[in-house]
Design a protein. Structure first.
Length: 90
């Protein structure tokens, strides 16, 4: 859910001060890491919303096979792990 991703950002926000202490300029790896983080948050949010919509459907199929769920069994977990991997590169 969006609240969970907001919590992750809030928990890791203090790392920004630690990473900025050196005063080094942003480089290409920082941009890639930022894109990975943002992509992970977006993927997690979209997949969580798709799962919620599926769970609220009365006559739903046994397995969710639409949206991001057609590519992975757990795109929400992949999105969260992408966030942490992107943070690692920062």
């Amino acid at each position: 859910s969006l609240a969970q991703h907001g919590m992750l950002v809030g928990l890791t926000l203090p790392l920004q001060a630690a990473m900025a202490a050196e005063g080094s300029a942003l480089n290409g790896l920082d941009v890639v890491a930022l894109l990975i983080c943002l992509g992970g948050i977006c993927m997690g949010c979209v997949s969580d919303n798709q799962l919620r919509r599926y769970m609220l459907t009365r006559d739903r199929p046994l397995i969710l096979e639409t949206g991001l769920w057609q590519y992975s069994r757990h795109p929400n977990h992949f999105g969260e792990q992408s966030w942490w991997i992107g943070l690692l590169f920062l």
